[in-house]
Ligand binder design. Structure first.
Ligand code: SF4
Ligand code: SF4
Length: 178
């Protein structure tokens, strides 16, 4: 695959995915030395500071219809991040259509988790998926008094485990990569 073809494939795959920006894979993106948090904040990114370390909250406010609206000015870690699927396509270890199938399969799991979180009573609130999941999972339920809710919880826990495994196996890079 030529460099041009590879770049076009990456662009198509990311446009169908968005999971490294929409709060599915990450809760935060750490700022790097030399970055100016105020400048990134002026782009509308959700820049926060804790213990004198700056980071950007996810889901990212610059993501629109799975596309980065600040692409030329995006943070350093966003520039460096290439998920496993993209790496495999670029190295010729997998085809674009295989990577696309994996993305669609994983996105379907994400949608299932989102649906089960809503069925559990937590509406979409703009937080990262894992935070929303943990809020639901830490709420006690009475299995005898709420058997339907207990069944939803069980399905949610199972689907979230499946999703985490798939993200680790197919998308994530070693810790600290974004
Ligand atoms: S997870 Fe990979 S394919 Fe999906 S948007 Fe991020 S870099 Fe692109
Ligand atoms: S700045 Fe762009 S690349 Fe970075 S997380 Fe936001 S949408 Fe994604």
């Amino acid at each position: 695959m030529s460099t041009e073809d590879s770049a076009a494939a990456v662009s198509r795959l990311c446009a169908a995915c968005g999971m490294c920006c929409d709060g599915t894979m990450f809760q935060i993106v750490r700022m790097q030395p030399g970055e100016v948090p105020a400048e990134l904040g002026r782009l509308g990114l959700k820049i926060r500071c804790r213990d004198r370390e700056y980071y950007m909250e996810q889901p990212c406010s610059a993501l629109r219809e799975k596309r980065c609206t600040v692409y030329e000015q995006r943070p350093v870690r966003c520039r460096l991040f290439n998920c496993q699927q993209l790496g495999r396509v670029e190295r010729g270890e997998t085809t674009e259509s295989e990577a696309m199938a994996m993305i669609l399969e994983t996105r379907a799991l994400v949608e299932k988790v989102r649906g089960l979180i809503e069925q559990s009573g937590l509406r979409e609130d703009g937080q990262a998926l894992v935070e929303r999941y943990e809020r639901v999972a830490s709420t006690p339920i009475n299995e005898e008094l709420e058997p339907e809710l207990a069944a939803v919880r069980e399905e949610l826990e199972k689907t979230m485990r499946e999703l985490k495994l798939q993200l680790n196996r197919e998308f994530r890079l070693p810790p600290g990569s974004k």
